[in-house]
Design a protein around this ligand. Structure first.
Ligand SMILES: C[S@@+](CC[C@H](N)C(=O)[O-])C[C@H]1O[C@@H](n2cnc3c(N)ncnc32)[C@H](O)[C@@H]1O
Length: 331
């Protein structure tokens, strides 16, 4: 590990100009991945507090930005942060499932020159105890990114069957003790706050496992958050649509924070690059698949040791980059 810059950097204090305390992850790598990119309209599909967006607008005066987020507090914060860029910024409180309509409304038939999806949660969502995302802070069992949504984490924990809860923990967090945790939650209902949930999870898992791999409730909170916000279901179709809207030479960048998310990103990028062709590589393609993109570098890129030390929340990030190409059949 590179220890030359190992002092953790405090998350910046909230100020009137920047009320959203969030360090943009792999910022230099994201900006580098977006070059070269034509001039035009850029999509930030998870604008959050506008950290990546501000840096991109600074670096590329020939680009304008459409930013969406399903969290109204994020859109408000991004509005403050990006106000100086005036007409170059268009922000919309919307989720991935609304994106196609938003782009049609804002751009008409014009293409995108690039996009960024910085998936997962923001630091303010985690740090504001009243949002109920954090296993460290006491708060209501909420976890909704969009507070217009009715279903909360409490509804999920108190209204699902034991086997449904165990499946959520296995699918979204690879939780080895899913069955024991689900049984403990069902026995303790109603579960109404984050502290109660964190304590129940800690007590449900075997003592040796409590001492390994970070806070014992971390995976349960991640799994419930993904389920409450239906995070994975919206992602594949939205990525396909964003790739489809890119101009030739346009760039797409995604930061994923857990294996389930990253698997979807890799699949959709590979699908665009191969056109879904499964013919053996040594034979001519007989299936007629059409490639519309190429992935830049094999595998995902990880944050540097220095960034992980400065910002531990960046540690699980996986960056993937794609470039749109002219549609082409495999020979
Ligand atoms: C990691 S933060 C983005 C931070 C941002 N890049 C910055 O520098 O400030 C992720 C954001 O994506 C939003 N988000 C997650 N899933 C979403 C979805 N399906 N539709 C729209 N926004 C979503 C969250 O509300 C959160 O604000």
């Amino acid at each position: 590990m590179d220890t030359s810059d190992a002092t953790p950097e405090p998350i910046p204090e909230a100020t009137p100009e920047n009320p959203f305390r969030h360090l943009p992850v792999m910022l230099d790598e994201v900006l580098a991945a977006l070059e070269p990119m034509p001039a035009g309209a850029f999509l930030d599909a998870t604008v959050g507090g506008g950290g990546h967006a501000a840096a991109l607008l600074d670096a590329r005066p020939d680009c304008r930005l459409i930013g969406i987020d399903r969290d109204a507090e994020a859109i408000e914060a991004a509005g403050h942060r990006l106000a100086a860029f005036g007409e170059r910024v268009h922000l919309v409180h919307a989720a991935f499932r609304d994106l196609s309509g938003v782009l049609a409304h804002v751009l008409g038939g014009d293409p995108l020159v690039g996009f960024l999806f910085d998936l997962g949660v923001s630091s303010p969502q985690l740090d504001r105890s009243e949002r109920g995302f954090s296993y460290r802070e006491p708060g209501p069992l909420d976890m909704r990114m969009d507070r217009r949504q009715t279903r909360t984490a409490a509804d999920l924990v108190n209204g699902s069957t034991e086997s449904e809860l165990a499946a959520i923990l296995r699918t979204h967090a690879d939780e080895r003790h899913a069955g024991r945790i689900a049984a403990a939650l069902v026995a303790a209902r109603p579960v109404t706050d984050t502290r109660q949930l964190a304590d129940l999870v800690r007590d449900a898992i075997p003592a040796p496992a409590r001492r390994r791999g970070g806070h014992p409730a971390k995976r349960t909170f991640q799994a419930l958050r993904i389920a409450v916000n239906d995070e994975l279901a919206q992602l594949p179709g939205t990525l396909d649509m964003a790739i489809e809207r890119l101009v030739t030479g346009g760039r797409g960048v995604v930061l994923a924070y857990h294996s389930g998310e990253d698997r979807i990103v890799k699949e959709r990028f590979d699908q665009a690059a191969t056109g879904g062709c499964t013919c053996p590589a040594r034979l001519p393609c007989g299936c007629g698949a059409v490639s519309t993109a190429r992935t830049l570098r094999r595998g995902a890129r990880l944050p540097s040791d220095a960034e992980q030390a400065r910002n531990p929340r960046a540690a699980s990030a996986r960056l993937r980059v794609l470039e749109r190409t002219n549609p082409e059949k495999r020979p």
